[in-house]
Design a protein around this ligand. Structure first.
Ligand code: ZN
Ligand code: ZN
Length: 180
C-alpha cells in the first residue's frame, strides 16, 4: 500500500484508522521473505506525520513467520513483534537541512525515502528484518546434522566419530578423498 505525502493531513495520518484492516494480512504477500520461509502480518499500527519534508513514522507490528533451525534446518515457528519510530528523510535532503535533524532524531532510526511517498509494506518489512533473532533453533539442545554423514542427530544416532567440529579445510579433505 503506497501512501503519498500529499495524502497526509497536517495532524498526521493514522493508517489503520483511515484505511481499515483488510490489507494487513496481505501486506507482505509477494515479498521475498528470506531468511524466513514465510511471514504473515497479524496486526499493525502505523502513524505518519510530516515535519517539513521529513516523514515521521511510529508504529508496531506482530507477525508470525516460519524460520529454519540453524543446526538441523527443521522449520521453526517464530513470533515477531516490535515497536518502532523512524524518520524518513528525503534522499535529496541538502546539508543545510541536516542540522536540526540530529537534534530531533535523538535515538530514533533514520532512513531515506524519495520524498514523494512511501510503500507501507517496505516500512514493515524493514521492521520484520530488524526483529529477526540472531539465532534460530528448533530447541535449545538441538543436536543438528552430522557434518560427516548428514544424519539428523535428533532422530538417529550415527556411527561417525565423536568429532562434531569440522572446519572448512576438513570439508576440502573429504572432497579430495572422495575424488581419489
Ligand atoms: Zn534443530
Ligand atoms: Zn554421522
Amino acid at each position: 500500500m503506497y501512501i503519498r505525502t500529499s495524502e497526509i493531513p497536517r495532524e498526521g495520518l493514522d493508517v489503520v484508522a483511515s484505511r481499515g484492516k483488510a490489507w494487513i494480512p496481505r501486506l507482505l504477500e509477494g515479498m521475498n521473505s528470506y531468511p524466513l520461509r514465510s511471514c504473515r502480518m497479524l496486526s499493525v499500527t502505523l502513524h505518519l506525520f510530516l515535519e517539513g519534508r521529513d516523514l515521521e513514522t511510529s508504529g508496531s507490528f506482530a507477525a508470525e513467520g516460519e524460520g529454519e533451525c540453524d543446526r538441523c534446518t527443521e522449520s521453526v515457528a517464530l513470533r515477531l513483534e516490535r515497536e518502532f519510530q523512524t524518520i524518513y528523510v528525503p534522499a535529496d535532503r541538502g546539508p543545510a537541512e541536516a542540522g536540526d535533524l540530529e537534534l530531533r532524531a535523538g535515538d530514533l532510526d533514520i532512513a531515506f525515502y524519495d520524498g514523494g511517498g512511501i510503500e507501507v509494506a517496505n516500512i514493515f518489512w524493514e521492521q520484520v528484518a530488524l526483529s529477526l533473532p540472531a539465532k534460530v533453533l528448533c530447541r535449545e539442545d538441538c543436536r543438528g546434522i552430522c557434518p560427516q554423514c548428514g544424519a539428523d542427530r535428533n532422530r538417529t544416532e550415527c556411527d561417525c566419530s565423536g568429532e562434531t567440529r569440522q572446519g572448512p579445510f576438513d570439508v576440502l579433505k573429504t572432497l579430495r578423498k572422495e575424488k581419489e
